[in-house]
Design a protein around this ligand. Structure first.
Ligand SMILES: O=C(CO)[C@H](O)[C@H](O)COP(=O)(O)O
Length: 222
């Protein structure tokens, strides 16, 4: 597996917006359209007001492809479910700072298992809450929508967190990706990249496009 650096521009279509009756074909469509990573949104109906899929689905995708699997756990007690997600072929596991767990311990357990560790924060959570963890993560995800559903509008004011994270990373000589998720399209992709994000998650604007390759190319070029 390639080692990705925070200077790489990474496009990660979110499976949430795919046709779930044809998951294998949809994953192939994303890969053939130029996806770098596949973003997998796990929702438990408790931490967010929606339910998606669990480790069995991720395991099945892992067995059918070798694309980098970027797993976003929007679940309470991610520490409780962690062994199952560590065993399903994820390359990155992102947990929320607001979820009910010992954040530092969960991040350390993810890395100890040889998986990259990401940390997400909701729009209402201030950047300061993730600062103690920035030296121990591989990816920071300031959400650009309230998590739970695709198709929402990009919250541009979240770019303040992206800029703060990029500045902190530079000042402290750290290495982690900055990902944005929610409402990403060619217009907002340019805004996020300018603020310092290098991983762009796109649901509706990627899987929802008739020509996904053109959609991904437009976001990459933007
Ligand atoms: O995490 C998510 C929702 O919580 C999704 O990844 C996100 O909403 C992507 O969908 P879209 O690009 O349609 O906004």
């Amino acid at each position: 597996m390639k080692k990705w650096h925070h200077t790489d521009r990474i496009l990660a279509p979110s499976l949430l917006a795919a046709d779930w009756g044809r998951v294998t074909e949809e994953v192939t469509r994303a890969i053939n359209s130029g996806a770098d990573w596949l973003h997998l949104d796990v929702m438990d109906g408790h931490f967010v007001d929606n339910i998606s899929f669990g480790p069995q689905m991720i395991q099945a995708i892992h067995e059918s492809t070798d694309i980098f699997l970027d797993v976003h756990l929007m679940i309470s007690r991610p520490d409780h479910y962690l062994p199952r997600f560590l065993a399903c072929g994820a390359n990155m596991i992102t947990v929320h700072v607001e979820a009910d767990h010992n954040v530092a311990h969960t991040l350390a357990e993810i890395r100890k298992a040889g998986v990259l560790a990401g940390l997400a924060l909701n729009p209402a959570t201030p950047f300061e809450e993730v600062v103690p963890h920035l030296a121990h993560i591989d990816l920071l995800l300031p959400m650009t929508v309230i998590p739970g559903f695709g198709g929402q509008a990009f919250m541009e004011d979240m770019m303040r967190k992206v800029e703060a994270a990029a500045a902190y990373r530079e000042a402290h000589g750290l290495e982690f990706h900055i990902e944005v998720d929610g409402g990403v399209n060619p217009t907002t992709a340019a805004i996020a990249a300018k603020a310092g994000a290098n991983v762009l998650v796109a649901g509706s604007s990627a899987f929802g496009a008739t020509d996904m390759k053109a959609a991904i190319t437009a976001m990459r070029e933007a």
